[in-house]
Design a binder for this molecule. Structure first.
Ligand SMILES: Nc1nc2c(ncn2[C@@H]2O[C@H](COP(=O)(O)OP(=O)(O)OP(=O)(O)O)[C@@H](O)[C@H]2O)c(=O)[nH]1
Length: 199
């Protein structure tokens, strides 16, 4: 039995799953979380210090899940503030911005940091997210998909927190991957259309 099965929300009807969003400072982690939870976008979103979290209930396959979404500070100087929160995670969004090649290069570092501090199994449900597709891109979808394939066939999706493209779909995709690994796939419907990558 994993962590998530033991955690229920206050009404005892929903499975609570901890989702951690990682990636370089400024790639749009806070905006993705806020778009998903409140459907708002902040042009002047400020750097996160440490971690913040918000809950959102979603239904899938006839079950209710509370996603407890942890938005972490991407700047290197906040490393010691964010890493203690990795333990007990059920899934992780590895995020970069498609207009920012260094943030794409750093995905490997983010994954290593997470695996080290969260101490997770090899089949842990990661989802790679290429955000800011409303901007001129400097990392191609093909490059990102190739990286995902080389790194254990990780699923990949592209989003814009600004215009809301694929934001809800990315959290649903991650939940579906978690469910597949947990052996619940037979109860899950197919993901929405418009997704990139393979589950
Ligand atoms: N054009 C565009 N801008 C975005 C998008 N997502 C976020 N931004 C902008 O990018 C900047 C940084 O966004 P944040 O969400 O604060 O970035 P972060 O990854 O949480 O940054 P840290 O807290 O420093 O780790 C802000 O000015 C946002 O308005 C997007 O999809 N498109």
């Amino acid at each position: 039995m994993n962590n998530s099965h033991r955690r229920q929300n206050s009404r005892g009807r929903s499975t609570v799953l901890k989702v951690v969003i990682l990636g370089d400072g400024g790639v749009g982690k806070s905006c993705l979380m806020n778009r998903f939870v409140t459907d708002r976008f902040d042009e002047h979103s400020f750097h996160t210090i440490g971690v913040e979290f918000l809950n959102k209930e979603i239904e899938l396959g006839g079950e209710t899940y509370t996603l407890q979404i942890w938005d972490t500070a991407g700047q290197e100087r906040f490393k010691s503030l964010r890493t203690p929160f990795y333990r007990g995670s059920d899934m992780c969004l590895l995020t970069y911005a498609v207009d920012d090649p260094p943030s794409f290069k750093n995905l490997e570092t983010w994954r290593k940091e997470f695996v080290y501090y969260a101490d997770v199994k090899a089949d842990f449900p990661f989802l790679v997210v290429g955000n800011k597709i409303d901007l001129e891109r400097r990392v191609t979808t093909e490059e990102a998909e190739a990286w995902c394939k080389e790194n254990g066939d990780l699923p990949y999706i592209e989003t814009s927190a600004k215009d809301a493209t694929n934001v809800e779909a990315s959290f649903m995709m991650c939940l579906r991957r978690w469910a597949n690994i947990e052996g619940r796939q037979e109860r899950m419907p197919m993901p929405d259309t418009g997704l990139l990558g393979i589950l």
